[in-house]
Design a protein around this ligand. Structure first.
Ligand SMILES: NC(=O)c1ccc[n+]([C@@H]2O[C@H](COP(=O)([O-])OP(=O)(O)OC[C@H]3O[C@@H](n4cnc5c(N)ncnc54)[C@H](OP(=O)(O)O)[C@@H]3O)[C@@H](O)[C@H]2O)c1
Length: 387
């Protein structure tokens, strides 16, 4: 596999402890008082010159035409990608201009990546926490993608060249995730893992969604969450939590939504639609008299969460130990879930929340990882534009 990589690997990273790095100096400080995710679109538009308009009103075909014209839909044999050949901290990430464009399976499409997003699983995988079930090194990381189909496999039924798509490219996050991920100019993805990009969202917004929104949806479904039930979301300002809040309210018909965050993010929780925003630096949610049908734990506090759930309720656990009434699951990527949620995204009932420290350009992937690994991201850490 090493033969797939050029010998002219360019090391862009430093050996500095990533956790000690400040946010990228060229980017604004995180704005933690965003009243509405839509504001992020405005910021995104003005932050740096973008190749594609971030306007929600833009006709998707024109954006497709722009990228298609830029690439000519001609697929080179080599591409730019971020690669690591050993497990470790963010300094193992190398920028490589000569990675082979992945081969296409019969049921796959080749996506010209326009934007990608990072998830905690990306750095946990890079740290070697799942090495027993990981694909072989070297790895091009990245699960979340938004881009344009430039080639289709012989068994692809619906998608066609030029389609604007988004999705989580690895069906099982921990079991044999793709060796050639989305932090690259091209990635090969099974058609069933993708959906057409919501028409009102730009590529950066669309890339922020797949793994997190599919996790939010699957956890709610597995808990049996339904109209009229109440929910407490632990970690409401994070990538998954911000979407659990919105799906519970707008898709599943929650009667009441509570969520936890630190003090500076309470306004974000409110803008996402919570009825009760709990400052975990000042209050212990498990000591509140109010109990909930479901507690959705995106932090790793199952024991405390069990004390906040009603008799007969359940705790959805994404990380850390789980014991009844808690249950833990690992998300399965599924394009049909995205297609189901597209109307809620296109109507604006569910909105992407992009961390205001980003989007990070492709050259700043190490900084993006370092920031995500602080555990303080608000919404999603997005990589855009690519390359
Ligand atoms: N099992 C699965 O299939 C699956 C899928 C997706 C994610 N996950 C896991 O779920 C976890 C969350 O993922 P994510 O993408 O949402 O992460 P994330 O976006 O990095 O989460 C960051 C957020 O967590 C909040 N947070 C940290 N400690 C908190 C606390 N004690 N109480 C309340 N909020 C707290 C932070 O808010 P403050 O700054 O206010 O603290 C920050 O906004 C990760 O461990 C991830 O690996 C699992």
């Amino acid at each position: 596999m090493e033969a797939l990589l050029t010998q002219t690997r360019i090391l862009i990273t430093t050996k500095t402890n990533p956790l000690s790095l400040p946010p990228p100096p060229s980017l604004p400080k995180p704005s933690l008082s965003l009243p509405n995710p839509l504001n992020q679109r405005t910021q995104l538009t003005h932050r740096r010159p973008l190749r594609l308009s971030a306007s929600a009103q833009r006709a998707p075909s024109s954006a497709a035409a722009e990228v298609a014209a830029a690439s000519g839909l001609a697929v080179p044999s080599k591409m730019k990608a971020w690669v690591y050949s050993e497990y470790g901290d963010a300094s193992v990430l190398n920028f490589d201009e000569g990675v082979s464009v992945p081969d296409l399976g019969e049921d796959q499409v080749l996506v010209r990546v326009v934007a990608a997003a990072l998830n905690p699983v990306d750095f946990k995988r890079r740290l070697g926490k799942f090495k027993a079930t990981d694909s072989p090194l070297p790895t091009v990381p990245g699960y979340d993608v938004a881009g344009i189909v430039v080639k289709v496999g012989s068994q692809v039924k619906t998608l066609k060249v030029g389609d604007e798509v988004y999705g989580d490219i690895s069906e099982k996050a921990l079991e044999g995730p793709k060796q050639f991920g989305s932090l690259a100019e091209y990635t090969a993805v099974e058609e069933k893992l993708l959906a057409l990009k919501p028409r009102n969202l730009d590529f950066a917004q669309a890339a922020s969604l797949p793994l997190a929104i599919e996790t939010a949806n699957e956890g709610l479904e597995r808990s049996g969450f339904s109209s009229g039930k109440s929910i407490l979301v632990l970690g409401g300002a994070g990538g998954v939590g911000s979407l659990v809040i919105q799906l519970a309210k707008s898709v599943f018909g929650a009667s009441r939504v509570a969520a936890t965050s630190s003090t500076g993010k309470l306004d974000i929780l409110k803008s996402l639609g919570v009825d009760l925003a709990i400052d975990y630096t000042k209050e212990n949610f498990e000591e509140l008299p109010e109990k909930f049908d479901v507690v959705y734990d995106a932090v790793g506090q199952c024991d405390k969460a069990a004390k906040a759930v009603k008799e007969g309720g359940s705790v959805v656990v994404l990380t850390g130990a789980a014991s009844p009434p808690g249950f833990r699951f690992v998300v399965t990527s599924n394009g049909a879930v995205l297609a189901k949620l597209n109307p809620f995204l296109e109507s604006g009932k569910v909105k992407p929340l992009i961390d205001p420290n980003g989007p990070f350009p492709f050259s700043k992937v190490v900084e993006a990882f370092t920031y995500l690994e602080t555990g303080r991201a608000t919404g999603k850490v997005v990589i855009y534009p690519i390359p």
